[in-house]
Design a protein around this ligand. Structure first.
Ligand SMILES: Cc1ncc(COP(=O)(O)O)c(C=O)c1O
Length: 432
């Protein structure tokens, strides 16, 4: 039987509320989670919580669950690996497992030509750290990095030097030497001026950019901007790192979002949908001294490795890149139609299943997100007043219609019967 949204009057439900209350006390990194605690049940794009509420998930664990819930071919491999005699996390730098090689080989079938090596690590931020490290190491003299205004690259200290989407992330922490470019068509002029007037190109270790800004607001650069950055970095022999942690792995209908701009970076990062962090480049970009980049569990996260491998295989087998393109176009059309009735939604943007629109203010955005969640649709904010839609790749037209219905009902509700939302309902404030 097809799953449908079903939520009780009060969220979180009592079982979820008890756990969330305890989490709030005990978890040092407690943020603003959705008002639910997941049960072990779900199907497609739907998840059930401990209280029996059923939510439609258009947030996809912040773009990290492309296959949604209970994909049968994913369950088979993860259940199987859990029965192995290996420890669940292997110290991969010392104990090699074949699953590590299997994912390397499969990943490298989808990376751009010339990117023939990858290093697995625990998270997106660590993939970013290691991308930075291999660039610093390559040009030993170069100590300056260049990033973008509004960027998000993670919260570990090195990545944080590049993260600029919200002040709160980096306030009070020390920074690596860094310049920032605007995420606009002026970027290449500013980069050119920095190279001419501020710091010699030989001192610049890398330029890092997201092909589509995520946390910063789902901002899509122009082809001219991306190609301009590539041209200047190439001319000055500065490595260009594309952070594909959120945009990559097929969400935009191509394996890597930078492919939409007809350029090739020198280094790339992936994580989220890949299920494991990865720094990807040509083998010659990586340091050839053992131990310079390494981590006990990097490349040894058993479930992550098999889940990543299976994710790529399923995306290929089920032709999900084409499906994402089709579903993205469909959702955009429905949103544009909705806009004729609700002109308060503006700036509908995105590529395929990485989509967003703006509300007139941050408060209106937060209210729309809160109201949609109350009605059983999980969505997130992006940037100052954006709402992002990042459903799993397996959604159907019915799922898209159900989600759009909730958004429209929520728009009507917040406009016609405005009510206050609690601080805990401002989920949009702490996402990535
Ligand atoms: C573009 C980008 N880079 C890096 C990261 C950091 O990844 P993680 O949260 O796995 O450390 C994120 C997380 O959202 C991201 O969107």
């Amino acid at each position: 039987m097809a799953w449908k949204i079903k939520v009780g009057k009060k969220l979180p439900g009592p079982k979820s509320a008890r756990i969330l209350e305890k989490m709030k006390k005990l978890d040092g990194g407690y943020g603003m989670p959705f008002p639910l605690v997941m049960s072990k049940q779900g199907e497609g794009a739907y998840l059930k919580d401990l209280d029996g509420n059923v939510f439609l998930d258009f947030a996809s664990h912040i773009a990290s669950s492309p296959l949604g819930y209970n994909h049968p071919e994913m369950r088979i491999v993860t259940e199987d690996i859990c029965r192995s005699v290996y420890p669940l996390k292997v110290a991969a730098p010392d104990y090699v497992i074949k699953e590590h090689l299997d994912l390397l080989e499969e990943l490298l079938t989808i990376t751009p030509k010339g990117m023939d090596a990858a290093f697995f690590i625990n998270s997106g931020a660590e993939a970013v750290e290691n991308a930075m490290k291999i660039c610093y190491k390559k040009e030993k003299k170069a100590k300056v990095g260049i990033g973008f205004e509004g960027a998000f690259h993670g919260r570990t200290l090195g990545a944080l030097s590049l993260t600029n989407s919200k002040k709160i992330y980096s306030q009070d922490f020390p920074m690596l030497p860094m310049f920032r470019l605007p995420f606009t068509d002026k970027a290449s002029d500013v980069l050119e001026r920095i190279v001419l007037e501020e710091v010699d190109a030989s001192n610049i270790a890398f330029v890092m950019m997201e092909p589509i800004q995520g946390e910063g607001g789902y901002n899509i650069p122009s082809k001219q901007m991306v190609q301009g950055i590539r041209r200047i970095t190439k001319r000055n022999r500065i490595p260009l790192i594309m952070d594909e942690v959120q945009a990559g792995m097929g969400r935009t209908g191509k394996w890597w979002a930078h492919e939409h701009f007809d350029i090739k970076p020198d280094v790339m990062t992936a994580a989220k949908a890949l299920q494991v962090g990865a720094t990807i480049a040509s083998k010659s970009m990586f340091p050839n001294q053992p131990g310079v980049i390494s981590s006990t569990w990097g490349g040894g996260q058993l479930v992550d490795l098999v889940a990543g491998l299976q994710t790529i295989k399923i995306i290929k087998k089920e032709k999900l890149l084409q499906h994402n393109e089709k579903m993205g176009a469909y959702i955009k059309k429905v949103l544009e139609d909705m806009q004729t009735r609700h002109p308060e939604i503006t700036n509908i943007r995105g590529i395929d299943l990485k989509m967003a629109f703006d509300m007139p203010s941050k408060d209106a955005r937060d209210k729309l997100v809160a109201e949609s969640v109350r009605r059983g649709l999980l969505i997130l904010g992006a940037g100052k007043q954006g709402v992002r839609l990042i459903p799993p790749y397996i959604i159907t037209e019915e799922d898209a219609n159900a989600a759009m219905r909730v958004i429209e009902e929520s728009l009507v509700q917040i406009w016609e019967h405005p009510k206050r939302i609690t601080r805990a309902e401002r989920y949009s404030e702490v996402s990535v």
